[in-house]
Design a protein around this ligand. Structure first.
Ligand SMILES: O=P(O)(O)OC[C@H]1O[C@](O)(CO)[C@@H](O)[C@@H]1O
Length: 542
């Protein structure tokens, strides 16, 4: 047994020791202080989990057994930790605010980072004040065309920071489904619309198809000469942006050490910067930088992303919980769960270790979620009474984005009520007592009681922050990024590649001629052939 296997084994023993213990029974006067940590003004509460002090000690020992400090330093120092693509991983360099040196491959990348950030800020300011204008005057609408990390980050953050939005309207087009771009083109005025083509590789099928469609539409409305003024690009492949016809001074670059799902801090954040202005964008970066500082310096028990990771490993590997729900009680974070799906599942959805062997423990959980209170009236039934235990993250702002009446107090009361109900539950005896107090006869009360009882003992973590400012949003995202990194270290997987998306892309390329009816499918499986035949028959009828 390796040392890490021994540590996992010890954790399983802690789970056995805790047996049928109730989370609620772990509470004493100290537990809240002891099982919370802060990153700046963000409070992370993991006291409503079935972890006690000895189990937590064992989790920290697990972390030590994988040489976490050494691996975190390698990450921080720009070593090529993305070993299957031979790349460093340094999205933290994009949020350096003090001009400090960041060395990658022997070169200080900070001057280039700052130069692009400054060029973006100039461009954003000029677009916002109208000194860069379209054929019809000041740009009223910006359409970001991108997918995955080139869409989810800016789309999530632009919605999250809606209260700070004082620039032109921003639209996001990602899907190759023509409905996505057509819906947007139907509502934007060509003469005052700018298209930002966001693609790290500038080869992604969905994005390039949408970009070509946007280009054709613009040319139809305004003529070929409009393209240079109505298009910008964000990419690591500046040769390709030029080939598309995008002016050099409208193409903003970044680097291969920025993963797509970690790229909102780079030029990919341009649409967000145009929405909220460069100063607010800097605050967003500063929040992430503050979370970096925290992650790279705090001791494990004070380190929020490390604790998030350890709690997650406890739930995934030791308790066997396969999914993880993210439940923002903050409507502007509606896209946060989708953003985290890519961040977490594309990073740690792996079955092979960094050494090329099959993993011997479960890796990334299924991440999902919706804002509260909406989810309460949809899927919370299963979280409370279903057969699967789902650890949840609740996110709560102390202050509302849009104060009105007592909405916010009601929202917060609901969030706290859910975490309490999930932990405490309600026994059949309690239900029986309530029903008979309400005058129900005994037979009927006994018939209903099992349905109305809640098992409780369902774990939750809560993030409480003063208000969803650009700074806090930057912090929150970076905390989850570093959680994902830490779990990747524990599972010994490469959190920075995504080969699992390739096969589907290849097959889509092969199938396109069949879908277009330009080739026959001999040799393909019966289901795909059957579906193709049915598809062509339906198309022929319409
Ligand atoms: O920015 P690009 O190169 O268009 O890629 C978009 C997305 O596609 C992926 O490579 C997965 O298909 C993501 O990792 C990435 O964010």
């Amino acid at each position: 047994m390796t040392v890490t296997e021994q540590k996992f084994d010890a954790l399983h023993k802690h789970r056995e020791r805790l047996g049928k213990s109730r989370i609620a029974d772990l509470f004493d006067a100290q537990r809240f202080d002891d099982f919370t940590a802060t990153c700046g003004e963000i409070l992370f509460d993991y006291s409503k989990t079935l972890l006690d002090t000895p189990a937590r000690v064992a989790l920290v020992e697990l972390l030590e057994s994988v040489n976490f400090n050494e691996k975190r330093s390698a990450f921080q120092n720009g070593e090529k930790i993305n070993t299957t693509e031979d790349r460093a991983v340094q999205h933290m360099a994009l949020r350096v605010m003090d001009g400090r040196e960041i060395i990658i491959d022997g070169t200080n990348v900070t001057p280039d980072v700052l130069a692009v950030r400054e060029a973006m800020a100039r461009f954003a300011r000029n677009v916002r004040d109208g000194s860069i204008a379209g054929q019809g005057g000041r740009f009223t609408d910006i359409v970001n065309i991108g997918i995955g990390g080139s869409d989810l980050g800016p789309a999530m953050a632009t919605l999250a920071l809606a209260p700070y939005h004082d620039g032109p309207a921003i639209h996001f087009v990602s899907n190759v489904d023509g409905a996505d771009i057509v819906d947007v083109l139907e509502k934007v005025p060509a003469a005052t619309t700018m298209f930002i083509v966001a693609s790290k590789t500038f080869t992604t099928q969905e994005t390039m198809t949408n970009a070509e469609t946007a280009r054709r539409w613009l040319v139809e409305h305004l003529g070929e000469e409009a393209v240079s003024n109505h298009f910008a690009a964000l990419s690591t492949a500046l040769d390709k942006t030029a080939a598309f016809g995008i002016r050099e001074d409208r193409a903003f670059g970044f680097w291969d050490w920025v993963g797509g799902r970690y790229s909102v801090w780079s030029a990919i954040g341009l649409s967000l910067m145009i929405a909220i202005g460069p100063q607010r964008f800097d605050e967003f970066l500063s929040g992430a930088a503050a979370a970096d500082e925290h992650f790279f310096s705090a001791d494990p028990l004070d380190n929020v992303p490390v604790l998030m990771a350890l709690v997650g490993v406890w739930h995934r590997n030791i308790c066997g919980h396969a999914t993880h729900a993210v439940l923002p009680y903050d409507n502007h974070l509606a896209r946060f769960p989708a953003y985290l799906q890519q961040l977490d599942m594309e990073s740690n959805g792996k079955r092979i270790t960094k050494d090329g062997a099959a993993v011997d423990s479960e890796t990334g959980p299924i991440v999902w979620g919706e804002p509260g209170t909406n989810g309460q009236h949809a899927f919370y039934q299963l979280i409370h009474q279903g057969t699967t235990i789902i650890p949840c993250d609740f996110l709560i702002a102390a202050n509302p984005a849009k104060p009105i009446g007592d909405h916010h107090e009601k929202l917060v009361a609901n969030a706290l009520a859910q975490t309490e109900a999930l932990m405490v539950g309600k026994t059949e005896e309690q239900v029986l007592k309530e029903l008979s107090a309400n005058g129900m006869n005994e037979v009927e009360a006994h018939r209903l009681a099992p349905h109305k009882a809640f098992p409780g003992n369902r774990p939750t973590c809560t993030f409480l922050y003063p208000e969803l400012t650009p700074f806090v949003l930057g912090q929150l995202i970076a905390l989850y990024e570093h959680k994902v990194f830490t779990q990747g270290v524990i599972w010994n997987v490469n959190s920075f590649d995504q080969w699992g998306v390739e096969l589907g892309k290849e097959l889509a390329g092969e199938l396109l001629p069949l879908v277009k009816g330009e080739a026959d499918g001999s040799g393909r499986n019966g289901s795909t052939l059957g579906l193709l035949d049915a598809f062509h028959a339906m198309r022929a009828k319409s």
